[in-house]
Write a protein that binds this ligand. Sequence first.
Ligand code: NAD
Length: 255
Amino acid sequence: MNLSSKVALITGASSGIGEATAIEMARQGARVAVNHFNQLSAANAVVAAIAQAGGQAIAVEADVSQSAQVNQMVQQVVQRFGQLDVLVNNAGIEQGKPFLDKTEQEWDRVIAVDLKGPFLCSQAAAREMVKRGKGGTIVNISSIHEDLAFPGHIAYCTAKGGLRMFCRDLALELAPYHINVVNVGPGAIATPINAKTLGDPKEKAALESEIPLGRIGAPEEVARLVAYLASDDASYITGTTVFIDGGLSRQTGSL
Ligand code: NAD
């Protein structure tokens, strides 16, 4: 796998799966833009880690739910690196609350970041890719919850379910431009989004007992899959979801 000819923009890359993906893609030779939202020092630490390992990276700030900020971010990447080959729509939030108590504002925010964000970022990135005429790849970090119900997480599941169809539809629209669109569907991964479960030994053990491989995944394991999907080795994969969940979705029998 070699990403040395590629420029990649990874959203929400100041922590978790996004951070691991930025570091892995840079390790494979890509020049990387580390998007963050109000997390400058964490994003700068990711950029510094990449530079220390001999890679090239910049930090770019944007709230992925705001079109003006997204367009400015993509322009910043193109101005700095001259091209954009890979977009990883990774930024996401999750707010657990029973459906009957969920507020309109909470619903709107999750849908804005987890579903509208990928729309805005993909459109801005794809316009650049089409203009350059050399194809590209869009990877959406979805979830097993693009298919699997999760009571108490209605907006998150709706957003990830929407991302499932977004990927399938966009893959067909962008295929004539040789832009591949793929979803990655992680199961339970050890990142800040799962801080509550990871911090409670009983909750963690209960979750791990449901996972056929018997453990929560590492962000680096997801990062290696994303880097592969962004590489030319994965040139015939588009319009589908690749699950990475230690067998969790098979155990529950829902996918
Ligand atoms: P995380 O909380 O470390 O990462 C989410 C990142 O998104 C953070 O860096 C956050 O600052 C950023 N972000 C939030 N709102 C943003 C906005 N408006 N604009 C730009 N960035 C914003 O958690 P993670 O687990 O690394 O999550 C990454 C992705 O993986 C998410 O889309 C999440 O839904 C998905 N996912 C995670 C798991 C898991 O178990 N960790 C499982 C399935 C899917």
